[in-house]
Ligand binder design. Sequence first.
Ligand code: FBP
Length: 246
Amino acid sequence: MKKINLKKPLLFLAYDQGLEHGPTDFNDKNIDPKYIIHIAKKGKFSGIIFQKGIAEKYKKEIKASGIPLIIKLNGKTSLTKREPLSMQITTVNEAIKLGASAVGYTVYIGSRHENRMFEEFGKIEEKAHAKGLLVILWVYPRGKSIKNDVSKKNMAYAARTGLELGADIVKIKSNGKVKDISWAVKAAGRTNLVIAGGMKKNEASFLNQIKNIKEAGASGVAIGRNIWQSRNPIKLAQKIRSLLKN
Ligand code: FBP
C-alpha cells in the first residue's frame, strides 16, 4: 500500500465519472482506464480514484504505476432524478484487497437522505481508520433544499461536515473566490481541504483557479475532466503541481 503524504500539496486524479455521469465525458482515448493510469504515473499524482471494478480489472497496471489508489466506496448514476442518495457499493476490506491507501465516499448534504449516507459513512470511517487507511469525503450540498451549492455558506458547511464526520480529506466544489475558499479551509480545521475540478475550462482560467486555491490555503485539488480531457494532461499536471508548491 503506497502512502499518501498529507504534508505535501495534494493532486488527485478522479476517474469515477464513468459511473456518475456515464461515458458521455469520454473520447476514444480517455475512455480507456490504461490511459488514465499512464497520466497518473507520468503526472506524478498524489493518488488515483477509481470505483472497484476498474481497480480489479486494471490491478496490474495500477500496481506498476506506483501511484496510491483510492477506492470510491459509494456511487450512483445520473439517470435517477430523485433526491440525491448514494449508497455503498463495496467495502473497506475489498478496498484493502485491491491495494487501496484510502477510501472515498460522497455525502449529499441538504438531501432528504443525508442521514442514511451519514450513518453508512460513520461505519466506513471507523473501519477504515482502524485498518490504517485514509478517508476522503466528497461533500456536495444538493437536493431540492439547496439553492446555490457553491455559496460561501454552503462551501464552508461542506468543509465543516468533513471535519465533523471524521474525514482526513474533504473534497468540495468551489465558486473560485479566494476569500470563500479560505473561509472553507478554516471551517475544515485539521481536515485537509481539496477542491473538485468541474467541467472542462480553458487552460488559462483553470490555472487561475488553481492559483486561487493555493492562495486560499487549501491542501490541493481532486480533478478529473480538466486533466484527462486536456490535450496535454501531463504537462498540465506539471503546471498545477508547480502552482500548488509556490
Ligand atoms: P471533475 O473534476 O471531473 O469534476 O471530477 C470531480 C468529481 O467529484 C468526480 O469525482 C465525480 O465523478 C464528479 O465530480 C461528480 O460531479 P457531479 O456530481 O457534480 O456530477
